[in-house]
Design a binder for this molecule. Structure first.
Ligand code: GLU
Length: 257
């Protein structure tokens, strides 16, 4: 039995129209339910609260102001959980929602409470679904991106593996959309300055969008002894292929003690 943390981003969960990609969400819930059926502990770190809220409230775009983002997040988070609850129930699983702020992890007592909640959910056989508590997390205390949050959660619960589902197929040595010769980096034994530069785009033309925080998260996880896979979230079934040892996306190796 292993403990797996999966992180899924807004652009994987919603269509360009701003409405939820139901098929994608259902596929993901099915694979995760199946892994839970195999006996693994499964945690899902999900983004999309603000994005789904914007779509549901029919706003013209993502709000710039904090109250606007908070309000959109409260609406979107409810919708997300409604859908996760529905899809996971369809596959015979119960979910529990954990909305986390940085203080919940940094403060020792709160951290203990948080790990207690995870442990109990696992004990009950439920699937914890995590997001940042966007309704109350203000700028100074915010993780801001769920890539970091997913690595923090993975370390907190001593996960074996972190899976980051993204829109690109992994880490490339250049932007694959601009440079057809860009090569996928299959294995990263250690996050070096070169790897960081690939992610931020300072080597070659430009890097892939949002890859920096993923590399940072993978580095954090590696230091906590956790392997990370960054791969294309459009094909949730690839999780099976990765677990059976196929080389898909980018594998960041855990640091050995
Ligand atoms: N917590 C944010 C949300 O649910 C997403 C943060 C991120 O995109 O990484 O909208």
């Amino acid at each position: 039995m292993k403990t797996f943390v999966f992180k899924v981003g807004t652009s994987t969960l919603i269509h360009p129209s701003g409405r939820v990609n139901l098929r994608r969400m259902e596929q993901l819930c099915k694979v995760l339910s199946d892994l839970a059926n195999e006996g693994h502990r499964v945690v899902l770190v999900t983004s999309g609260a603000i994005g789904v809220g914007v779509g549901k409230l029919r706003l013209s775009g993502r709000p710039d102001d904090t109250p606007g983002k908070q309000a959109a997040a409260t609406v979107g988070q409810s919708e997300l959980m409604f859908l996760y609850d529905k899809f996971f129930s369809q596959f015979g699983h119960i979910v529990g929602q954990l909305l986390i702020t940085k203080e919940d992890v940094q403060d020792e007592t709160r951290r203990k409470n948080l790990t207690g909640a995870f442990d109990k959910l696992f004990h009950y056989g439920a699937i914890p679904i995590v997001n940042e508590n966007d309704a109350v997390a203000v700028d100074e205390i915010v993780y801001g991106d769920n890539d970091s949050l997913s690595a923090v959660v993975a370390a907190l619960i001593h996960a074996d593996t972190l899976f980051i589902l993204t829109e690109t197929g992994g880490l490339y040595d250049a932007n694959p959309q601009l440079e057809p010769s860009a090569k996928l980096i299959s294995v990263v034994p250690r996050v070096t300055d070169t790897i960081r530069a690939y992610a931020s785009g300072s080597i070659s033309t430009v890097g892939t969008g949002g890859m920096s925080t993923k590399v940072q998260a993978a580095d954090f996880a590696a230091r906590a002894g956790i392997d990370t896979y960054v791969f294309c979230g459009r094909r949730p079934d690839d999780i099976y292929r990765i677990l059976s040892g196929e080389s898909i996306g980018t594998h960041f190796l855990a640091e050995k003690e």
